[in-house]
Design a protein around this ligand. Sequence first.
Ligand SMILES: [Cu+2]
Length: 264
Amino acid sequence: MFKKLSLAAGAALYASVATAHFQMLYTPELLRDNGGQISLKLPFTHPSESGHVMAVDQPNAFYMIKKGKKTDLLDSVTPTKWTSASNTGESYEADVTLRGLGDYVFIYEMAPYLEASEDVYIQQITKSIVNVGSLPTDWNEDLGLKAEIVPLTKPYAIYEGGTFNGVVKSQGEPVPFAEIEVEYVNYEPNMTTNAFSEDANIEPPADAFITMTIFADANGTFTFGIPKAGQWGFAALGVGSDKEFKGKELSQDAVIWVQAHSVN
Ligand SMILES: [Cu+2]
């Protein structure tokens, strides 16, 4: 009992240090009819408020998994810029070719980023799954990452008004009571100009809706009802096995992106 309480308290402490940052791994359609070349935009930013874009060192890893086979994509990552309402900052992007039906599980491991105001490093391990042809193959695989959200719902086939649920894990083990931040991509990313739209899709009724906070249960699982079509990000804070970087505290977060479709 005491152990559970202290775990929850530890998670709450972490939350106060590094919040509302999201490593994006963005392409407009996570569910596609056909393969071909897609662009992935990789800004580290605050997507629900078109917040500042943070400069991060070259990523540690970028790869995709399809039918259990891993393909390294680190060489396809190129530096670029991303523009938000707050600034134009250093960013990355990658073009990737999808061949054949099935799930393409993309994993992007950013370099640790020093949040100077808190003297804490943040490193997000981000997952996004692109499906071609509605044929499911790999979407629910547990990859045993240091920090990972394993989806229990197909992240690319959710109705507006439906739910997304997943389990927060570290190296295959559930993380009880993990604190999870949820953000909506409220400013449509423009794939040509590398910028967020100037217009918001929705107007949050209060600041508490910009970055929402939920907790996983005792088994590390969580459910979130998605009120609006579009892409939503989930970041489980400080759940990773690495706790320190260059002598400073490290918040190693697990991020996943999902897309809801409107009901017509
Ligand atoms: Cu920030």
